[in-house]
Design a protein around this ligand. Structure first.
Ligand code: FEO
Ligand code: CA
Ligand code: CA
Ligand code: CA
Length: 580
């Protein structure tokens, strides 16, 4: 033990068993409260949600969006007050169009696209804790929705007037906001992930460019079919619009009038998240590109972020973007995506830095970055600076950092930057945990108290507990042929990074994934998101044995209602620190 002192035990709760029930379970001694399900007015007295989904687009723009994902609690006030009142800011990753419209998604109209756009983006709500411990949304001038139509600005090397971004409409909107981040200067970062899914075209003969192909852009799109009703999303009619997506977007939650800003220096890919830390005054932001065979990136800001701010500049506009290379001997390096260096020259087809950033994936290919199994969230241990990244599942790309081929359960990779400096260009890595079920894979060192698969969300709390959330897809969940019959519904676990001990902390309702986690500063309230309960079923109502996998009516259990994504507030009945 460091300094000869045995560290205090980090995990103090009894693990919960796996579950296939349509309920949210927590350990003994904990209590839960459902907060802000999809459709909740962002201000008390706003348009109430209708269980037949008859709310208009204008109503939806004043209500909590769908499919809650990344989230951050910004305290309002200091000390105890800051743990009782704050701004809860959360992403709405995508919409289930079967649930969003009263008549489902067979026909897509302009009106439906408008409502779908309003259900995407980000919500900012002010919440406070009342006597008795429960949390409530309060009226606030800061309450806000950022949607697929909110005016946005661009900054960094790719500006709004770049020819590649030319579009029939003003720059607007953020889409497919998956995980998130928070900056040391108090802003929220929302990350655009599977933005290619919203674009398509019926124009005969349209072909994707190589760059579009590299991002999975196709004429058929990802099933939303918005291009059938709104030419903004038609790849042939409005080709520049799609280049406005794939960015990290900065939102100041305390300034509801400020435009969200797309920070292009951080690159354009399917950003899962954006985890910000500091290194000797410089800002460092880690981000995974969640696709099978894609990469892990980090942005290192130029000079002190405080000085940049004092000069009126964004610390996220000036700096170097790097992509990771993992060597088989446990070492690694960060390769700069800098125009004019290495392979990123005009002779190699990269016109300038803006071009490198617009085609980040191709630039990283040219540098020889290491293909990864779907990099999702990244977390930095506050105790020692180690960095953890979930590789949710994938092909098991041929390299030591992927010990299984294929890799249906995923794992968590960890690295230490050279000299503990997040701005360093080399690191040493190891594997923190291989997920899975030892009944199917003897390499897995987990048991009934902690088997899990497909890790996705991860975050450290202030004490150094690592919280791990899972996203087993509904095409694998609880299925023996996928090796998932013992793992149950998606879940959240807590790990002690020093001992490697892991315990299951909660399980989610049927068909949901657990995504998004944040704490009050005193760590006595935890907020967790339940995304897409009942996904991939149109059978709503009380779960029946006919489809035991995904049928959910959580959290309302109204036979005439429908399942709703929501935030769950978790507290200890004795008011103690969560997880301790
Ligand atoms: Fe939106 Fe990669 O999860
Ligand atoms: Ca995710
Ligand atoms: Ca995922
Ligand atoms: Ca998801």
């Amino acid at each position: 033990w460091e300094g000869g002192v045995r560290p205090r035990r980090l995990l103090g709760f009894d693990p919960v068993p796996t579950s296939t029930a349509d309920e949210f379970t927590v350990p003994d001694g904990y209590e839960t409260q459902v907060l802000i399900p999809w459709g909740t007015p962002i201000r008390p007295g706003g348009p109430a949600w209708h269980k037949d989904a008859s709310d208009s687009a204008a109503d939806q723009a004043e209500q909590i969006g769908m499919n809650h994902d990344g989230m951050h609690f910004f305290p309002l006030g200091n000390g105890r007050e800051g743990s009782r009142r704050g701004l809860l800011v959360l992403n709405h990753e995508y919409v289930d169009q079967e649930l969003l419209f009263p008549d489902g998604a067979e026909e897509i109209t302009a009106e439906k696209v408008e409502k779908a756009l309003a259900a995407h983006g980000v919500s900012v709500v002010e919440i406070e804790q009342r006597r008795g411990g429960t949390w409530h949304v309060v009226n606030s001038r800061r309450a806000r929705r950022v949607t697929g139509t909110t005016p946005v600005a661009f900054s960094g090397p790719v500006r709004a007037d770049h020819p590649a971004l030319a579009s029939a409409n003003e720059p607007m909107g953020t889409l497919n906001n998956c995980s998130s981040g928070a900056t040391p200067w108090g802003t929220y970062l929302t990350c655009e992930e599977n933005w290619n899914n919203y674009f398509g075209t019926e124009e005969a003969g349209w072909e994707p460019t190589p760059a579009q192909e590299r991002y999975g852009v196709s004429a058929s799109g990802g099933g939303f079919r918005w291009h059938e009703a709104d030419s903004r999303f038609d790849l042939a009619a409005n080709p520049g619009e799609i280049n406005r997506f794939g960015w990290i977007v900065e939102i100041d939650p305390k300034d509801p009038g400020a435009k969200p800003v797309k920070r292009t220096a951080l690159g354009r890919f399917k950003h899962e998240g954006c985890t910000v830390t500091e290194s000797r005054g410089r800002v460092v932001a880690y981000s995974g590109d969640d696709q099978d065979g894609d990469y892990i990136y980090k942005f290192v800001g130029q000079g002190s972020w405080r000085v940049q701010r004092a000069l009126g500049r964004s610390p996220l506009d000036h700096g170097t973007l790097y992509v990771a290379r993992f060597e088989d001997d446990g070492s690694g390096s960060w390769l700069p995506l800098e125009h004019g260096t290495g392979a990123l020259t005009a002779e190699n087809g990269f016109a300038d830095q803006a071009d490198v950033l617009l085609r980040t994936r191709e630039a990283a290919d040219a540098l020889g970055a290491t293909k990864m199994d779907r990099p999702e969230w990244i977390a930095v241990n506050p105790r020692n600076g180690d960095v953890y990244c979930t590789l949710t599942n994938g092909s098991g790309w041929d390299s030591a950092v992927h010990p299984r081929t294929p890799n249906p359960y995923g794992h968590i990779v960890r690295w230490t930057e050279e000299g503990g400096n997040h701005a360093a260009t080399s690191f040493a890595w190891d594997i923190f945990v291989l997920a899975g079920d030892p009944a199917h894979d003897p390499q897995v060192e987990l048991d009934a108290s902690n088997i899990f698969g497909s890790p996705d969300g991860i975050a450290f709390d202030g004490d150094g507990r690592l919280w791990i959330q899972t996203d087993v897809s509904n095409s694998s969940q609880n299925l023996a042929e996928k090796g998932y019959e013992n793992i149950g519904n998606n879940q959240m676990l807590a790990a002690d990074p020093r001992s490697g001990e892991i315990r299951r902390f909660l399980t989610g309702p049927r068909g949901s994934e657990i995504s998004g986690v944040t704490f009050t500063p005193d760590q006595r309230t935890m907020f967790v998101n339940v995304q897409h309960p009942g996904e991939s079923t149109t059978v709503w109502g009380t779960p029946t044995p006919e489809d035991p996998r995904v049928v959910s009516n959580w959290p309302d259990f109204d036979p005439e209602g429908r399942p709703r994504s929501a935030t769950v507030v978790i507290r200890r009945t004795d008011g103690g620190v969560i997880g301790a």
